[in-house]
Design a protein around this ligand. Structure first.
Ligand SMILES: [Zn+2]
Length: 256
């Protein structure tokens, strides 16, 4: 009997996303969590926090979306499906820029990832039908996962939409319109519903039931715990025989 040696696990770092509404405290809580971590993860700023610091294609695509949406805080320019594909391209660009870091074992935390795109664009495609929007959000995630692997772990920070709205308005020194507030309320619900469909990938911090200290501590523990037992990271469009984007190994049975 021959004994097949078990290959060592991939030594890449974990890809973690932090999701949630505007004003829910994603950046604040993530920064607080990271302060308590000795080996710092690499933080990738979310769309709205980027101010020209990361030149390149991702920034150029984002600028196009901003221009086409004429200052809308949710980058809505009137063609939700085309915008969805551009947003997915930006998230693919983000992944490309951090692949060398993941490959050397670095943890990467992205502020907002494909879940934001799935939630917001599904609501724009089906504004008057929550059930269809819910299914569309799942379908858009499926589409996004053919562009790039989904995060290993997604932390959803959630709260009452009204509280998030209040914080966002204070922070951005603006007053959201009634329509924008309605959109945030619908997004709040859909984020929570989407998270409930995949408990293996999502962890939920609900600020209705934990204070900010507990919330930051939960996030810290999840970030620190995300690095073990990771499988290889494959190009989703290349099928099961592809090599890992991080370690370059083939992991299919019978492959050398
Ligand atoms: Zn690998």
């Amino acid at each position: 009997m021959t004994i097949t040696p078990v290959p060592p696990p991939c030594r890449r770092g974990p890809l973690i996303s932090v999701e949630g509404l505007n004003g829910v405290g994603k950046n604040y809580l993530t920064n607080r969590a990271v302060e308590a971590i000795e080996t710092k993860p690499l933080l990738l700023a979310e769309f709205s926090q980027r101010q020209g610091r990361r030149p390149g294609l991702g920034q150029a695509l984002l600028r196009s979306l901003r221009e086409a949406s004429a200052g809308d805080p949710f980058l809505r320019g009137g063609t939700p499906m085309a915008e969805a594909l551009l947003l997915m391209a930006i998230k693919r660009h983000d992944l490309d820029t951090v692949l060398p870091d993941l490959a050397r074992g670095q943890s990467v935390v992205e502020g907002r990832s494909v879940d934001t795109t799935a939630v917001c664009q599904a609501l724009l495609l089906h504004p008057d039908n929550p059930a269809v929007a819910r299914q569309t959000a799942r379908d858009l995630l499926g589409l996004a996962s053919s562009y790039r692997p989904l995060p290993d772990l997604t932390i959803l920070v959630t709260d009452d939409a009204a509280k998030a709205l209040e914080r966002a308005q204070r922070r951005d020194r603006c007053v959201f319109t009634g329509e924008q507030a309605d959109f945030m309320r619908a997004a709040c619900t859909l984020f929570e519903q989407l998270a409930a469909t995949d408990p293996a990938r999502y962890r939920v911090v609900d600020r209705r039931s934990v204070d900010e200290y507990e919330a930051a501590e939960q996030i810290r523990a999840w970030i620190q715990g995300a690095g073990s037992g990771l499988s290889c990271l494959m190009e989703p469009w290349q099928g099961p025989d592809a090599v890992c984007m991080c370690c370059g190994r083939r992991t299919t049975a019978g492959a050398a």
